[in-house]
Write a protein that binds this ligand. Sequence first.
Ligand code: MV4
Length: 448
Amino acid sequence: MKKFFEKVLIANRGEIALRVHRACKELGIKTVAVHSSADNEAMHVKLADESVCIGPPQAKDSYLNIPSIISACEITGAEAVHPGYGFLSENAHFVEILEAHNLTFIGPSSEHIQIMGDKITAKETVSKLGIPVVPGSEGKIEDLNHAKKIADEIGYPILIKASSGGGGKGMKIAHAPTDLENAFNLARVEAKASFGDDTVYIEKYLNAPRHIEIQIFGDKHGNAIHLGERDCSLQRRNQKVLEEATSPVIDDNQREKIGNIASQAISKLGYVGAGTIEFLYQNGEFYFIEMNTRLQVEHPITEIITNIDLVKEQISVAAGSKLSLKQENVRINGHAIECRINAENPETFVPSAGKIITYHPASGPGVRVDSAAYAGYSIPPYYDSMIGKLIVFGQDRNDCLAKLDRALDEFVIEGVETTLPLFKDLLRNNDIQEGNYNIHWLEQYLDQ
Ligand code: MV4
C-alpha cells in the first residue's frame, strides 16, 4: 500500500473530517485534527492521531483562520492539508499561502479555484472547452441598455446572476421587459452587499430544470475521467436535501456523452483533483451553470455506484500519482441515495441545537452512515446543522428505495429534532417513487 504522505492535517470538522481521517488511516497516513474551542469533545478530535485547538468557536476565528492552520501544520509537521468542503476548501488565497509554506493542498491549483469562483470567467472558460452553457450574455452586463439588448436577444424570462455569487445568492428573474430595470438594479445592489462586487450577467431562465452534476477527476499527468452523474434536484432554499445516483432520467448514452465532454474539458484545462460540473437539465439538454472545485457533501453516492474511494483518489493525485483507473475501467453499478439528516424541525427547518441523548444509526445490507455524532454529544450552535448522512444502495432504484424505507425505520436520534421524518414522508410520495421531480418540486410539496 502506498502512503503518499506521512502526515495530513484535516482543516475541517464533523462528518467530513472523519471521512478524510478514515481514508488517511487506510493509507497508513497519520492525521492531525484542528478544532475550535467549541469542538473539544468532537469525534474528529477524538479519532485523530494529534489535535490542535486553533481558536474560539466562531468559524472566522478558527476553521477559517489561515495563520492558525499554518501554525498547526508547522507544530505537528504535517506535509499536506485536506480542506473537506465549505470553510477554506475553495479559497484560492489559502492555497497560495500553503504553497508558500511548502505544504501540499489536497485539491486543485489556486488558479483553477479562482477561475471557477468567478462565475462569468468559469462559464467563458468551460464554454471554450466545449461544454454546453445556458444561453445568455457573453461576459458582464455594463448597464441597463446592455441588459435590455441581451434580454431581447435571448427572450424572456431571463435571470440576472452575480458573477461572485453561486448557490443562488443575488439572483433575480425578469419575466417581461417591464421587470427588467427593477431586477437589474436589485441584483446589482444585492451582489454588492453580499460579495462587495456588483458584476452581473444574464441567462435565459429555465423554468423547471433538474440539477444534475457530473463528478470529474484530473491528475498532474494530463489525465481526466468522469464518474457519472448525481441528481440533486430535491432541494430547499439552495440546500440539497436528498441526492441520488444515477439520475432517474439519464440513460447510459446520455451519461457517456456528457461525461466525455466533461472529462475532455477537464483534461484540456489541466485540472487536478476532484471536481463537480453542475448542469441544469431540461428537455433532454444539459446547460452548465457552475463548477465546484472541492469534494462535495454528496460524494458517497458516487463512491458506491463506482466502487471508488474519492478521498483516497484525491490524496493520491495530490501526491503526484496517476489516476488509479482509466475511463474504460470505470463501471457504474446499482443505485445510491443520500439523505441529509439535519438537526432541524422537519416542518419549519428551524435549527435544533442541543444534546443528543439517543443515537442509534441504521445499518445492515446496503446502508452507510457518515456522521460524527454519538450519544451524549452536544451539537454546538455555531456551525451548520447537518448531523450526518444516511446513504443507501441497492441493485436498482426500487431496491434502493426499499432499503431506504427500512433504514429510516431503524434510525433513532433523540434529544434534538431531526429531518428524519421528512424522508419517510417523501418515500410515500408517488412522484418520488417514480423519480418525477425538478428543482422546484420539494418547495412546492412543503408549501401544500
Ligand atoms: C438557474 C436557474 C434557472 N435558469 N439558471 C440556483 C443556484 C445557482 N447555483 C444556480 N441556480 C439556478 N440557476 C438559469 N439560467 C435556476 C436555478 C435554481 C436552482 C438550481 C439548482 C438547484 C436548485 C435551484 C433552486 C432554485 C433556482
